[in-house]
Design a protein. Sequence first.
Length: 433
Amino acid sequence: MVVCKIINGRRALYGPMLILDRSEVKQINDTPGWILIYGRRKVGKTFLIRNFLEYDIFITVKRDGQSYCEGLVTGRYNSFEDLIDTIKGHIIDGRTVVVDEFQRLPEGFLDELAIFHPSGKVILSGPSLHVVERVLGSGTPLLGLVSVHRLDLVRPVDMLVSLVEMGPEVAVPYAAYLREPWLVPMLKRAGNIEGALHEVIPNARFAVSALVGEVFTESDRRLSQTYEAIIRGLGAGLWRPGDLAHRLQKAGLIGHEGSNYLHSYLTNLERMGLVETVPIYRKAKMKVYRLKSQFLETYYYLADRHQTDEIDRSLMEIKHNLRRMVSQSVERFVGQLFQQLEGGQLEYSFDPELDFIITTGRKRTPVVVGEVKWGRSDRRDVKVFADKVEDLTCRKVLITKKVTSKGKVDEVEILDASALIGLATSRGKRRGK
């Protein structure tokens, strides 16, 4: 078998001085048979397949329907029939064929392909919306014949392990943003995160617009003003559907239908990988809607406050709100890190107000509760946090940028950036990275 290019063994260079090793690779490589890899645009699907997985032929399908082959076979296919014949011949011979952006091929492609299962190995890759339904929906030809892997933003543990050499206090805020792998080449300076983001935002305008707009284009849906307004509203911090509906009503985009009208829009955005929901602790049906990407949230928040999506602003003009969003992004990232470490459900609490709670099981039993004080913190902060969580019988952690004395105070573990790196590194070693 011809093996695709591997950089430094299993690791691939994403940007200057940054080597990113994604734990999904082992899971995918260990999966026998045919595979479907799907996920939102720009989460690194194509890069992962090209640089980490084994294949004989890599086929890229363009928007105009033309296909380009690399590997054992090279060249361009204008004819769908010729492409099918090539794929069939190689999988019959036991080879591995990748078809990237397969959803751009005619409907009959999957029917033709399924006839030759389980010969060889086929790896299909495409964006999230409608892809799973097309492959695994009722009556589809590949139902039960492929294993499904969803590729999302880079996992928190992977991100921190990859940034160890930056130093803990720098690595944590960078990790919150670099979970978007397309940002890695843009964030070249391993210094102040606010300054780096200020440089990136003007260059990211087109990328963000293309990222969001392309999701609708690929799904045969127009990025309407309603969808764009919802995305901007979430970025501005409106997490309740009712508040979003009120904003859209004032803009004249919807009538008086109320929040129920927006649920289908929010559901579609969640399926696209742009929006996520977080349950509220002890509130059975309440949840927070938010943009899944910390960078997109920061981008749209600053656009809402300073019109940075249209106008270049000095760092001084946006510094206050940018610093606020960095702090919020670190809080979110730390909660996601503990969610991955504990294998539980991330939840929020507003009474008492807490940065994150990790629960497990049907009863949503707390296993970790946390507060993030990324600026200065002292014993008073520990005391206030301890009082808020005194009724919870679980691990209690307060995370700050740097502490001079570690340990427990009033049953509260005090962890700093260095400790977070240690937790991530330990997890990476346990899974054999």
